[in-house]
Write a new protein. Structure first.
Length: 400
């Protein structure tokens, strides 16, 4: 009886152990399936983000990092983080850290939220969003966080708003300028005829001085009208593929004599090979020349003019930096307004014309300034990947 009891007990124990083994096997298989599902979702998110230049962070159910792509590491300023709690990866960004904690712990999706980030003495705007990843039964198995540099988006949006404000003005400007230009031409001709008919002597000389003032003001007004017409009725873009370095070098060659006269040192840097861009060479050269001339005018007693070309995920960026006194904070947003100028000479059309040309190229033009430094950033869209692969311009040596 005792032996029989032991045999039954042993049999039941073996059955129980076998069931436990099967359960463990099934649990391991389910875990592998869930991990494969999470890996698949992470890979899909990473591929989609790669196409749009975004960063990806993938988390497991415990909130540990299982994937960080290069763009995410670049935006966060962290070289890695796989295997670490996500809180360690984003501890420098409190707003983002709170959002990701709620995502990791409670599966609460967030975004988009915008976080200011300092990179190489420049503030960029990082846009973040996050979503939980769920298994086939609805249980949370991980999370995906997407990061993007929203600075370019914000800059393009601001440029578009400025362009919209000016759109209605263009037609009005063209009509008014046309009606004013003809009378001005007639006035100039008759002033010159009147000058030739003045009598000799003191009376004639006095009248001549007054006529010279009127003629000079007439010519100045005509220059304003001509500038208005150029702004309001630019010629259509005639685009061709070309290296941005060619345009850059042409502009710097044009201003080099003035740089020498003012004692301005020129620094030229091109970071890596740059794809050929589809641009209107003449108009883009005019835009860049206007920006560079503006920089030189800020340094009449010498300084440094730095022109740097770099690649962004969707744009080629040209930074034109001067070491002048800077623009007062309250005036920074006015520099692209028509006829805004702080100079005794000039019409205040150079920068609005430059911005219009860049906007017509689907690019952006922004400015940031502080005491001792002003930087205008010009962004031009990169060509599609298939075009870029067949049109890479070798980068010349940096520095001038």
């Amino acid at each position: 009886m005792c032996r029989m009891s032991w045999t039954v007990s042993g049999f039941l124990l073996l059955v129980a152990a076998g069931g436990l083994g099967v359960a463990c096997l099934l649990a391991r298989r389910e875990t592998r399936n869930l991990r494969r599902r999470l890996d698949y979702v992470s890979a899909c998110a990473a591929e989609a983000a790669r196409r749009h230049g975004e960063g990806v962070i993938a988390l497991d159910a415990s909130g540990a990092v299982i994937e960080v792509n290069g763009r995410a590491a670049e935006l966060l300023g962290s070289p890695g983080g796989i295997g670490r709690p996500v809180a360690e990866l984003v501890r420098s960004y409190p707003l983002l850290a709170v959002a990701i904690r709620d995502l990791a712990e409670r599966g609460q999706a967030f975004g988009p939220i915008e976080v200011p980030v300092m990179r190489e003495r420049r503030e960029i705007l990082m846009r973040a969003s996050g979503s939980p990843v769920r298994g086939p039964h609805g249980d949370r198995i991980g999370a995906i966080v997407l990061l993007a540099d929203a600075t370019q988006v914000r800059e393009v949006e601001q440029a578009a708003r400025r362009s919209e404000r000016l759109a209605g003005l263009e037609t009005l400007a063209a009509a008014i300028a046309h009606e004013i230009r003809n009378p001005l031409g007639a006035m100039g001709i008759h002033l010159q005829l009147l000058e030739e008919s003045l009598p000799e002597g003191a009376a004639g000389e006095k009248s001549l001085r007054h006529l010279d003032v009127v003629l000079a003001e007439t010519q100045r007004l005509n220059a304003i009208v001509e500038g208005f017409i150029r702004f309001a009725r630019p010629r259509p873009l005639e685009k061709a593929r070309m290296p941005i370095e060619r345009i850059l070098d042409t502009v710097l060659a044009l201003v080099q004599p003035e740089c020498d006269r003012q004692g301005v040192r020129v620094v030229r840097e091109v970071a890596g090979p740059v794809p050929l861009l589809h641009v209107d060479e003449s108009q883009l050269q005019q835009a860049l020349l206007n920006i560079v001339i503006n920089a030189l005018q800020a340094m009449p007693s010498g300084g440094t003019l730095a022109v740097r070309v770099s690649l962004e995920p969707a744009y080629v960026r040209i930074d034109v930096t001067d070491s002048g006194p800077g623009i007062p904070e309250e005036d920074v947003e006015k520099v692209f307004d028509l006829y805004y100028t702080t100079k005794k000479t000039g019409l205040g059309l150079g920068l609005p014309i430059a911005q219009k040309i860049v906007t017509d190229h689907q690019g952006y033009l922004t400015v940031r300034s502080r005491p001792g430094e002003t930087c205008f950033s010009l962004g031009l869209p990169l060509p599609p990947p298939d075009e870029a692969a067949h049109g890479i311009a070798a980068a010349p040596a940096a520095g001038c």
